[in-house]
Design a protein around this ligand. Structure first.
Ligand code: B16
Ligand code: MG
Length: 238
């Protein structure tokens, strides 16, 4: 059986921590007199902590000193940590354990590729950390998605060539990063939003073992082949 690398984003793919980021960012924004909506929170998905705060300040037309900026970053993270410290296995998104176990049973390599510096804490809280052969998170990269650094580092850690890797992502920036890395990109979410992905599913309950086996056994570089043939790379499997 072919050995492929399966790389999972964390927030929005394995767990829904976006709601906790939202609460923490909203408290911070409001504390400096800036409004913060759920729609704005959507735009922060997959975006690093520093860039998220920069965006909030831009939206609110605020300029801070370096000290104020780092103080707010610390406060936001303390708040966020207090939410995630209460997480448990019940917060794992549907069918994620089944997909991870299927890949493990089929001797596949599994990595995490997340922008979050709190990724390890979250994986420990939800008791999934042992399922991963490698973890690349916000502490390991200098360039944020859509830069492919996080996924290329994950492939490297798994010792699998990038073109033999499959990425599960919920953000537009993450799908772009996977495509740039020449990996198969699988969007988890809305197909209208994630329209650059090779495949899009609403969630893991839509992904069956037949599809996973086809990813494992796919020998050719799907993207390169289809690009060369000028085919439409977007195939939605239901
Ligand atoms: P932290 P992902 C991302 O996680 C989140 O989507 C994004 O909202 C967050 O700002 C970023 O991690 C940094 O998180 O503050 O915990 O370092 O989707 O890449 O798993
Ligand atoms: Mg995400």
């Amino acid at each position: 059986m072919t050995k492929k690398g399966f790389i999972f984003d964390l927030d929005g793919v394995i767990v829904d921590t976006a709601k906790y980021h939202y609460l923490a960012w909203k408290k911070l924004a409001n504390s400096i007199g800036v409004d913060f909506s759920e729609a704005q929170n959507e735009q922060l998905k997959g975006v690093s902590r520093i860039h998220s705060l920069e965006k909030i300040l831009e939206w609110g037309n605020k300029i801070l000193t370096k000290e104020e900026f780092s103080d707010l970053m610390g406060k936001k993270n303390d708040d966020y940590l207090s939410y995630i410290s209460k997480m448990d296995e019940s917060e794992i998104l549907s069918d994620v354990p089944q997909v991870l176990n299927f890949l493990i049973d089929n001797k596949q390599c599994i990595a995490l590729g997340s922008a979050s510096k709190n990724a390890r804490t979250i994986l420990e809280r939800v008791n999934l950390i042992k399922k991963f052969n490698a973890i690349i998170d916000g502490n390991d990269v200098s360039k944020a998605k859509p830069d492919p650094e996080v996924f290329l580092n994950a492939a490297d850690a798994l010792k699998v060539q990038p073109e033999k890797c499959v990425v599960f992502e919920d953000s537009i920036a993450g799908i772009k990063a996977a495509n740039i890395a020449n990996m198969i990109s699988i969007g988890i979410g809305d197909k209208e939003i994630l329209n650059e992905a090779d495949y899009v599913f609403k969630n893991f309950t839509e992904i069956n073992s037949e599809f996973l086996l086809s990813l494992i056994n796919e020998e050719r570089k799907v993207k390169i082949d289809s690009l060369l043939q000028g085919n439409d790379r977007k195939r939605e499997i239901k």
